[in-house]
Design a protein around this ligand. Structure first.
Ligand SMILES: *[C@@H]1O[C@H](CO)[C@@H](O)[C@H](O)[C@H]1NC(C)=O
Length: 396
């Protein structure tokens, strides 16, 4: 029978010849080894599965050839001892673009001495609430018996375009334009009427949280939060500190906490080194906190092909106390100087191959079974020969 021949030849290829059930013995040691082997397989399989399901992030470096023109700065800083009325945020960059007293997308939240917010709704704060333009302001003026068409003195700072200064703010602005110092607001009628000094005093103990985001050109630049309204004169940047009076100047406490500072959108695993950073002033007066930030453009590629173009940064910090009496110049405040690195970091998420996983699992199962089998036969034969020797000993 030719068919039967082929079958018996095929049978010869069986790599797993079976022994008859009757000849098998189940031993206690074999059971123990089996349990240990199964436990080991479960543990190793789980670790292999965890590894397979995890993603790895692989960094690569390139020269940044992208031309994103804008960069987003997210900022959230709390000044514990500076009132919102004092603080202003300005941005400047090397392209010469200045944005002074930024209020767009930046909010100031007044805080009490202990740090709780003063209003439910944070307002886009105007200087001490300058009411001259609003309807409420007009009504108030009527009540106080002021002529809406009046023209009050600018105390010598009148100019061609600006002949009248009807509010305290207008007088200050006129002085700023002239580049003069308004050392004493006490004698100025408009300011007295508006209760400037009282307002400043009332807010003197408050804190301020400034938060929001800025869009800037993607070039080196700086932004700062400093007391005093800023102004530009002969292309030099000034802050008007005079209207607070000499006394206030010596009492500034620029302690602050950076709740958040980032340059761009978040990506998984981002570390913003300044988040939660706190500075406490040990001396009152003008202290400059300078943060030198190097921004590293970063592209994050998700495993599913999505790409995030964002930035990470590293920072060094410098702190300087300015002694105005000793002739040192400088401005109190928090300054962030940023530079853009030419190197782009690309972070790519990588998933693990399924076939690699399969190979690993089979290797674990097969390996453990064969090793366990070897151990089992050692133990079995060892025990058997021991028993035999004991029996021989009894006989002898
Ligand atoms: C400034 O304010 C901080 C925070 O409230 C405080 O801890 C620190 O002692 C103050 N510094 C001085 C010199 O008073």
């Amino acid at each position: 029978m030719a068919g039967g021949d082929v079958w018996s030849k095929l049978r010869n290829l069986d790599a797993y010849p079976k022994t008859l059930e009757d000849f098998r013995v189940k031993t206690f040691s074999g059971a123990a080894i089996s349990i240990v082997a199964i436990l080991l397989i479960v543990v190793l399989f789980t670790s292999e599965l965890v590894y397979y399901l995890s993603t790895e992030v692989e960094p690569e470096l390139f020269v940044d050839t992208s031309r994103d023109e804008k960069m987003r700065i997210n900022v959230d800083v709390t000044f514990h001892k500076m009132a919102c009325a004092f603080l202003h945020l300005d941005i400047m960059d090397v392209s010469g673009e200045n944005e002074l007293d930024v209020e767009h997308d930046i909010f100031k939240q007044r805080l009490t001495e202990t740090g709780t917010p003063i209003y439910e709704e944070p307002e886009e704060v105007d200087d001490l609430g300058d009411e001259s333009d609003s309807a409420v302001g007009a009504l108030k003026m009527m009540k106080e018996g002021l002529d809406p068409n009046r023209c009050e003195s600018c105390y010598g700072a009148e100019s061609e375009q600006n002949k009248c200064c009807n509010t305290c703010e207008a007088v200050r602005e006129a002085y700023r334009r002239k580049g003069w110092a308004l050392t004493d607001i006490q004698g100025i009628e408009q300011c007295e009427r508006e209760g400037w000094t009282e307002k400043l005093k009332a807010q003197a103990k408050e804190g301020c949280r400034i938060y929001g985001h800025l869009e800037v050109n993607k070039v080196a630049g700086n932004f700062h939060i400093a007391p005093g309204k800023s102004f530009q004169q002969h292309s030099i940047h000034f802050h008007d500190l005079n209207s607070f009076g000499r006394e206030a100047l010596g009492k500034f406490n620029m302690s602050h906490t950076i709740n958040h500072l980032s340059f761009g959108i978040e990506y998984p695993g981002v570390v913003n080194p300044l988040d939660g950073h706190s500075e406490t002033a040990d001396k009152l007066g003008a202290t400059m906190y300078q943060y030198y930030v190097k921004i590293v453009p970063t592209r994050y590629r998700k495993a599913r092909g999505q790409e995030l173009n964002t930035n990470q940064y590293s920072v060094t910090m410098h702190q300087r106390h300015i002694d105005h009496k000793a002739g040192q110049t400088g401005l109190p405040g928090m300054f962030v100087m940023f530079e853009i690195s030419p190197i782009l970091v690309q972070l790519s998420e990588r998933t693990h191959s399924f076939f690699h996983f399969l190979t690993g699992v089979l290797a674990i199962i097969g390996g453990i079974f064969s090793v366990a089998g070897m151990i089992d036969s050692f133990v079995y034969h060892g025990l058997r020969s021991l028993k035999k020797k004991q029996e021989l000993g009894k006989l002898g």
